[in-house]
Design a protein around this ligand. Structure first.
Ligand code: NDP
Length: 449
């Protein structure tokens, strides 16, 4: 075994020993570290500095109590978290997730991936993530507001426009960011740059809402362009029906693809005439209803209750998982390959299990990992920080063009780095090495503090 290989294995073993119960974090580590071997063979100085051990340890973990009162007057308590993982390239940056499954392992995996995603954007942002095991489903608007106010009452002391800048994620959209921002402002001062994903009326960025979904599509647009191909007539499976999924569907349809599915945690919609994105937005963003409402209003739509869209046996060209982690397992990956899927672009974070991702790569699927393909959201968040510092709001066309340009750069960095290390089309390896190199160099130059 080469030196680099045994070093990587040693660090993996140490991390497994330290936190044996952090399943998702260890999955992200097991995906990332082995791809560092060829890089360390070329750059032994990073191994000498024990950089992999350093980069796998968060700079700071914050956990706090979030008490709040429900509409019946009962006191509830949830856990709040913020992981400040790495600040080598700039202030910690990453979303807040409100979902009952949230725990330290999930947030550590998300924050770890965020370091390299943010590095890939080429913008001055470090990596972080946070959230709560609070379940927003079925809560009234006032309950959401009270929860957000209590959450920010503690979080405010740990964040700031030049320190740590949270944004949204699952369960946290414009409404929640508005409530969180209001409380921050009351406790500290007017400082728009402390949160991104703000509504447009108080210094949000145009195209932020659309950015993650659009970005995942732009990534594939540049990939298809290399193959002298485009989206015209392509049949696409999308999962999820939240922020990322809606805008992935919108951009895919705009570029000529036919998206036939969307899903939520209760089931999925198959609409062979193509998902009606205006109807989807009305149901999810305005009325905050479930997907069953879509099937009730669209005659061509079929609703499959209690089933995963990834078990649906239908031919397709492209797949965009945009719901959550580990939604595609090995069997489902096999089904996608059997059904002709040639490109998988991850709008969600780590939606494919390690085995599923390996199967895609081994079987020639152009597999675009979340940390590269879904970087559009954080890209426009960083552009929102720039606009807030300038006290300016840029036009949609300008932001959209910058987003497209940055997604092109990210795609090319993944492509070229994979090629440089003799693993053509292995965008996982390309993304990991290209993302890590900048962070590692900065850490080394800063004296490994
Ligand atoms: P939303 O809360 O807007 O939507 C999440 C969607 O995924 C919903 O349709 C939800 O269904 C579904 N979902 C969530 N958990 C599960 C589950 N356990 N099983 C099945 N379906 C589930 O979140 P976003 O669209 O913002 O985020 C989706 C993914 O994209 C996440 O992985 C997130 O980390 C990632 N991401 C988001 C970014 C952003 O800018 N928002 C940026 C980069 C990545 P239901 O309503 O039934 O829960």
């Amino acid at each position: 075994m080469s030196d680099a290989k045994s070093y990587v294995k040693k660090i993996q073993e140490q991390l497994h020993e330290k936190d044996p119960n952090q399943k998702e974090f260890l999955q992200a580590i097991d995906e990332f570290l082995p791809t560092m071997v060829p890089f360390l063979e070329k750059h032994p100085e990073f191994e000498e500095a024990n950089l992999l051990a350093l980069v796998s340890e968060p700079e700071r973990l914050i956990q706090f109590r979030v008490p709040w009162q429900d509409d019946k007057g009962n006191w509830q308590v949830n856990r709040g978290y913020r992981i400040q993982f790495n600040s080598a390239l700039g202030p910690y940056k990453g979303g807040l997730r409100f979902h009952p499954s949230v725990n330290l392992s999930i947030l550590k995996f998300l924050a770890f991936e965020q370091i390299f995603k943010n590095s890939l954007t080429g913008l001055p942002i470090g990596g972080g993530k946070g959230g709560s095991d609070f379940d927003p489903k079925g809560k009234s608007d006032s309950e959401i507001m009270r929860f957000c106010q209590s959450f920010m009452t503690e979080l405010a002391r740990h964040i700031g426009p030049d320190l740590d800048v949270p944004a949204g994620d699952i369960g946290v959209g414009g409404r929640e960011i508005g409530y969180l921002y209001g409380t921050y402002k009351r406790l500290k001062q007017y400082d728009a740059g402390v949160l991104t994903g703000k509504p447009l009326g108080f210094w949000g960025s145009k195209v932020r809402t659309e950015a993650t979904g659009y970005g995942a599509v732009y990534f594939v647009k540049h990939l298809l362009n290399d193959l002298k191909d485009d989206f015209n007539g392509k049949k696409v499976i999308v999962s999820g029906s939240g922020n990322v999924a809606i805008y992935a569907v919108e951009k895919l349809q705009e570029l000529g693809a036919n998206v036939v599915t969307v899903s939520d945690s209760n089931g999925f919609i198959y609409d062979e005439t193509g998902i009606d994105v205006s109807l989807l937005k009305e149901i999810k963003e305005v009325k905050r209803q479930r997907l069953t409402a879509y099937a009730e209003q669209k005659e061509s739509a079929q609703y499959f209750a209690g089933q995963s869209v990834w078990d649906f046996d239908t031919s397709a060209d492209l797949a965009f998982p945009c719901a959550t982690q580990n939604e595609i397992d090995l069997e489902q990956a096999k089904l996608l390959v059997k059904n002709g899927v040639k490109v998988v672009s991850e709008g969600a974070n780590m939606p494919s299990t390690l085995e599923a991702a390996e199967y895609f790569i081994e079987n020639g699927v152009l597999y675009c990992p979340g940390k590269a393909a879904n970087a559009g959201g954080v890209t426009v968040s960083a552009l929102e920080m720039s606009q807030n510092s300038q006290r300016l709001q840029w036009e949609s066309e300008e932001v959209d063009q910058k987003l497209d340009d940055i997604m092109k750069n990210i795609y090319e960095a993944c492509r070229d780095t994979a090629k440089e290390y003799g693993e053509e089309n292995n965008f996982v390896l390309g993304a990991n090495i290209a993302g890590f190199e900048k962070v590692a160099k900065a850490m080394l130059a800063q004296g490994l503090v």
